[in-house]
Every structure is written in structure tokens, then in C-alpha cells.
Design a protein around this ligand. Sequence first.
Ligand code: ADP
Length: 165
Amino acid sequence: MRVGLYPGTFDPITLGHTDIIRRACALVDRLVIGVAINTGKGPVFSLEERVAMVEAECAKLTAETGTEIIAHPFENLLIDCAHDVGAQIIIRGLRAVTDFEYEYQMVGMNRAMDASVETVFLMAEAKYQAIASKLVKEIAKLGGDVSKFVSPSVKDQLYLKIGRD
Ligand code: ADP
């Protein structure tokens, strides 16, 4: 049984994330979406809201791909979370060279802690590559249309959260 762990903040889950999840489903038998509890990023959505949105998007992807997808909140070390959920593979998305430096360090340090867990990098389809949750939230706050970046239900929840109709 090949188990993958795709960790992140998912504040909120975007079409960039779902594109990576769809690709990861082709590589594993079970995909665990690790939703980070305590992030220094000061999430706009609560953990429960982020997990619920991930679960709703993943239900559609499970139906589409046939791969079991589970949302798993975590606040411990990523490598310990991988052990907890039985993952042999950590999945990360790469957007641009700016992501590379941080990811390079993470792989090095995770490998020093457990060399048996492999990190796999995936790139989203071109039209989704530039999407970042942080920018989606800023666009929504400034009155822009985020339909091209998140699903209709995430868009509704985002507008509700920031007090837009
Ligand atoms: P983090 O807080 O670790 O950056 P995010 O929720 O922002 O977590 O993203 C989780 C993972 O998804 C990271 O590996 C990030 O690089 C990747 N990711 C986010 N958006 C995209 C995108 N548009 N294309 C490819 N990968 C993405």
C-alpha cells in the first residue's frame, strides 16, 4: 500500500492544490492531506473550516480518481506526521524558483531525520501554477473575482469570511 502525505496550510484550498492532489492520486493508493494546525501564517480560516473545505474538494477528487483521500490535521514535525499516517512519500507542489530554496532545505533536514521517506515534487498545469492562497485572499478582500483560482464553494466561503456578498 503506497501512502502519500501532502502537507500545507490550505487557507483556503485552491485549484492549484487540487491540481497537485489529482496528480498525486496517480502515484499513491492513499493520499493523506496534512492540514497544518499551528502555522506562523495566521490563517484566515479556522482549522475546522480548512479541513471541511479540503474534505469537500477531496470527495469530488476521490470520485474522479478512485484514490482514497483523507484530511489529517497535524501540528507535529512533518516527518513524524508521515510516520503517524504510514506515508512513505511526501508530496510537495513547486510553483517557481522562489519555492525551491525553502523546499531544498526541508528535504535535506527531513532526510537527515528519516532517509526512508522520499519527497516528490509536482508542478501544476500552467494555468494553475501562479495561484497562491495568500494572493487569492488579497484579491477577494480588494473586491476582485477569484473564480479562476478556487472552486465555487470555496469562493462563497471566502466571500462570507471577509464580509462580501
Ligand atoms: P505552505 O504553507 O506549506 O506553503 P500551502 O497551503 O501554501 O502550504 O501549500 C501546500 C503545498 O502546495 C506546498 O507544497 C505548495 O508549494 C503547494 N502549492 C500551493 N499552490 C500551488 C500551485 N498553484 N501550484 C503548485 N503547487 C502549489
